[in-house]
Design a protein around this ligand. Structure first.
Ligand code: NAD
Length: 485
């Protein structure tokens, strides 16, 4: 059986302690490969490789850095099919999702930050007749990047690309649930000519490897995407050690639908924003708030469309919804559906596991689920479920919609559907979230700041925000004239 190993100093290596763990395909429930399960000893080796590479990489001319990163982007694009197949096997997501979204975006992340690398500039502040200041933005050296399972290569590269574009070297950990595309990235980096040690990938569990990266006293910067609970734990460790951290965490995103919106466009997009990637995108809208005048019509049309969505074998190009990430996660999502019923919710669509024929008979599939009749304050509407489950709630006025939208401890993304310009801007200004989409969803410009407020995180990724995060400013002042000859 194939074993995926750590990628350290440009070479694949098993764990120092010899440990391994299983890689399971959630669409079949079967183990199909093994993963090196590392610990602090492997993180130490990865750090040493990154440390040895850091000065050389920081001094590599920007054009060369850019060319290597662009080659990585091109290779990811050329290998779309094998990477998409790997992503599908690891995560259970439909092959079309992996082909069209996950892998192209991983390539785009490298291409985007390759271009950014060539544009790095210092600021300067002139004090007339007296002095000039210039502010260098220097790489930190070795940084740590930790990513989740829902968009594996997409989110892994979203951190690594800006980190290395800014001249850092990296110790990275992908989710142990979906490690394969990250493991494949090692070969791609070698083929593209990335010097050994610039990117080091250590596999294993969060407590054994992730926490060893966060606690490593010489890794001064941590970029983390994952759950709020783990994010808070990491924030605590970083605070003790005075480390810089960027935390992209969970969400409970509202979709606010006003009666004056473009109904057909809204309906089509709301299906996507609810169930793409089985609802396992941190940006999916899980609380749909609908104005009373179109509430009955929306509930009926939406439910009817959801019932037509095909949950199926991820290898089938027609499949719209694949497996959720694991049997454990399926049970958690199903337990939330039971909770919703106990809380007085009415399940209008889905609400159950889907059993498919072999080879998917051991897989973890859930029917897309629509629930009405719940109060905003109940646990179903407050806690992140992170699966194919949405609730629908009515509202009367704009004020009521904003209050409902903001009544959550999270604040990542939001969607507003309205054809009134004044309303769109007014509501956008009042929603407590890092991202507001008006009459669209998941329309991404990689230059824009990406991140959340409240329990959804701290800091921003994307564009210059990411480059700034991965660089330390240093101001240099030169006085012109000391008043002496
Ligand atoms: P998770 O927090 O369980 O794990 C994320 C990563 O952290 C994994 O690589 C894991 O191994 C590692 N980890 C776990 N414990 C750790 C520890 N003690 N120290 C260091 N690392 C540790 O999250 P998940 O289940 O993989 O992902 C789902 C969550 O991620 C959801 O809450 C979702 O909303 C969130 N998410 C947020 C964004 C965003 O941009 N805000 C994007 C995607 C996913």
């Amino acid at each position: 059986m194939k074993q995926y190993n750590h990628f350290i100093g440009g070479e694949y290596k098993p764990s120092v302690n010899g440990g391994t763990m299983d890689i399971i395909n959630p669409a079949t429930g079967k183990k199909y490969a093994e993963l090196a399960a590392g610990d602090a000893a492997d993180v130490k080796l990865a750090y040493e490789a990154a440390h040895a590479a850091k000065d050389g990489w920081a001094m590599t001319p920007l054009a060369e850095r850019q060319a290597i990163m662009q080659r990585i982007a091109t290779l990811i694009e050329e290998k779309n099919e094998i990477l998409a197949q790997a992503e599908m096997l690891d995560s259970g997501k439909p092959i079309m999702h992996a082909r069209r979204i996950d892998i192209p975006r991983a390539s785009a992340n490298f291409a985007f930050f390759a271009a950014a690398a060539s544009q790095l500039a210092s600021e300067s502040h002139y004090m007339p007749g007296q002095a000039i200041n210039y502010t260098l933005r220097q790489p930190y050296g070795v940084v740590g990047c930790i990513s989740p399972w829902n968009l594996p290569l997409y989110l892994f590269t979203w951190k690594i690309a800006p980190a290395i574009a800014a001249g850092n070297t990296v110790v990275a950990k992908p989710s142990e649930m979906t490690p394969v595309t990250a493991a494949m990235l090692g070969d791609i980096c070698n083929e593209a000519g990335l010097p050994p040690g610039v990117l080091n990938i250590v596999h294993g569990t969060g407590p054994d490897v992730g926490e060893a990266i966060v606690r490593h006293e010489d890794i001064k910067v941590i970029s983390f995407t994952g759950s709020t609970a783990v994010g808070k734990r990491i924030a605590g460790i970083c605070a003790e050690q005075l480390k810089k951290a960027s935390l992209e965490l969970g969400g409970k995103n509202p979709v606010i639908i006003f009666g004056d919106c473009d109904y057909d466009e809204m309906l089509k997009t709301t299906i996507r924003s609810s169930f793409s990637n089985q609802g396992q995108i941190c940006l999916c809208g899980s609380r749909i708030l609908v104005q009373w005048d179109i509430y009955d019509r929306f509930v009926s049309d939406f439910t009817e469309r959801v019932q037509r969505l095909t949950v199926g074998d991820p290898t089938d190009p027609e499949t719209k919804l694949g497996a959720v990430i694991s049997e454990g996660h399926m049970k958690k999502v199903l337990s939330y559906i039971e909770l919703a019923k106990e809380e007085g919710g009415e399940v209008l669509a889905g609400g159950h596991q889907v059993h498919l024929p072999a080879p998917n008979d051991g897989g973890s599939f859930i029917a897309p689920t629509v629930i009405t009749g719940l109060d905003q304050n109940c646990r179903t509407n407050q806690e992140e479920i992170f699966g194919p489950v949405v609730t629908i709630m009515p509202f009367q006025t704009e004020e009521e919609a904003i209050a409902l939208a903001n009544n959550t401890t999270y604040g990542l993304a939001s969607v507003v559907w309205t054809d009134r310009l004044d309303r769109a801007h007014r509501v956008a200004g009042q929603i407590n979230a890092g991202i507001v989409w008006i009459n669209c969803w998941l329309l991404r410009d990689l230059r824009t700041p990406f991140g959340g407020v409240k329990n959804s995180g701290m800091g921003r990724e994307g564009g210059w925000e990411a480059i700034r995060f991965f660089t330390e400013p240093k101001n240099v002042t030169i006085q012109y004239d000391h008043g002496e000859d």
